[in-house]
Design a protein around this ligand. Structure first.
Ligand SMILES: *[C@@H]1O[C@H](CO)[C@@H](O)[C@H](O)[C@H]1NC(C)=O
Ligand SMILES: *[C@@H]1O[C@H](CO)[C@@H](O)[C@H](O)[C@H]1NC(C)=O
Ligand SMILES: *[C@@H]1O[C@H](CO)[C@@H](O)[C@H](O)[C@H]1NC(C)=O
Length: 361
């Protein structure tokens, strides 16, 4: 719906640029073009003042998307869960110290990236979850307020009216592809047909976009972060890849950074951003590192929708994606506006296997 419209819009607005050379520092790059470019601009403009840190820039950029409800998939009022509630996942990572702070299934607080930053700055922990993350947020001065909107409640009501489709439950009775719950698990054994769907479920293709951003300060210090309201109609309590260090994003100032979006339930099993940054460290180019991380997932889950952006510490960047036309946005050096790059999806498992053979991976 809204998301498809924006994806089409992004496609139309995107310039047919391929992976680009460094445009200079400071530098900002994030998943998705279109409405997400307001976040790129906000972070880039903040970095024009050298007193703004890379962490500040990532927080400012992601908070811009949260406030703008980018595409309905970031911030309040989007992706209602089965109970019609909007909960938020976010993380932020310091590329100097490798410290990260994150919140998962955060309830009734809108500025998830801000709370994640507080976890990073004011605790020795990495990840706080659920109502108790809300308690921490309130202790730190964040406002507890409604995160549902008339729009998100309306979409949840439509979902219920459409027999609760699409639906993330499997191996339950009544059949979750046909009816709403409450559901009961059915006993499984290794010869029952449903057992195999547990091993390799097809990706549920609904909208679940995310902002993941990497910033490079003019000094070379890097930071990364992610903010999302997760997957629409998720099972309450579900946490996606967004707040998982190495999955939603990852950064090491000595090497580079990565940000991800897509079918988070699958992506978080592969830690694609950790993989891509370590591939950079091992000598792959940003394009090779991005392709490799996506192809590792496509090999096991051919239907996966995924997109990652990879940037080295010089600001050389590339993207790779599967299952949809992914776009990313960047602005660096003296660029007077943000550029959007369109990333064609990886086409097939066969090409993936050939690719991996060529790179001897
Ligand atoms: C559930 O319904 C779908 C669609 O009609 C069908 O393909 C599937 O086999 C059903 N699953 C079970 C366990 O009955
Ligand atoms: C395993 O599941 C299959 C298919 O649902 C069923 O026919 C079979 O009886 C089950 N076997 C056992 C040992 O429960
Ligand atoms: C940026 O510069 C280019 C080339 O000089 C120009 O065409 C474009 O309109 C400028 N964009 C903005 C937003 O100023």
């Amino acid at each position: 719906m809204a998301s498809r419209y924006y994806m089409l819009l992004q496609l139309l607005l995107a310039s047919p640029l391929q992976a680009s050379e460094a445009s200079g520092l400071p530098f900002v790059i994030n998943t998705w073009g279109g409405v997400f470019t307001a976040a790129t601009d906000a972070a880039y403009l903040a970095l024009q003042d050298p007193a703004t840190s890379a962490l500040d820039a990532v927080e400012i950029g992601c908070a811009t998307c949260e406030a703008n409800q980018c595409d309905g998939s970031v911030g309040y009022g989007g992706s209602p869960d089965e109970n019609c509630e909007t909960t938020l996942d976010a993380m932020i990572m310091d590329g100097e110290t490798m410290k990260s702070g994150a919140v998962a299934a955060l309830r009734r607080v809108k500025n998830a990236i801000g709370v994640a930053r507080h976890v990073l700055e004011y605790t020795s922990h990495t990840l706080l979850a659920g109502d108790l993350a809300t308690q921490f947020a309130v202790q730190n001065g964040f406002t507890e307020e409604e995160t549902s909107t008339e729009d998100s409640l309306g979409r949840c009501a439509e979902w219920k009216a459409a027999s609760c489709q699409p639906n993330y439950r499997i191996n339950v009775t009544p059949n979750a592809t046909q009816t709403c719950g409450p559901y009961t698990p059915v006993p499984l054994n290794s010869t029952s047909p449903s057992y195999s769907s547990l091993i390799a479920p097809d990706a549920v293709t609904t909208s679940h976009d995310t902002i993941s951003m990497i910033a490079i300060h003019s000094s070379g210090v890097m930071a990364a972060g992610t903010s999302t309201n997760g997957a629409s109609h998720k099972i309450p309590g579900r946490v996606g890849d967004g707040p998982i260090t190495g999955s939603g994003s990852y950064v090491d100032s000595e090497v580079g950074g990565c940000g991800a979006t897509g079918d988070g339930d699958i992506m978080m099993r592969f830690l694609p951003c950790y993989q891509a940054v370590e591939s950079l460290r091992g000598g792959l180019s940003p394009q090779e590192a991005a392709d490799d991380a996506v192809r590792r997932m496509v090999t096991k889950y051919p239907a996966i929708s995924s997109g990652i952006v990879v940037v080295n510490n010089k600001g050389e960047h590339a993207g790779a994606g599967s299952g949809w036309t992914f776009t990313y946005a960047f602005r660096g050096g003296s660029m007077n506006e943000t550029t959007v790059v369109t990333v064609p999806p990886i086409d097939s498992i066969q090409s993936t296997l050939r690719y991996r053979e060529q790179l001897q991976l």
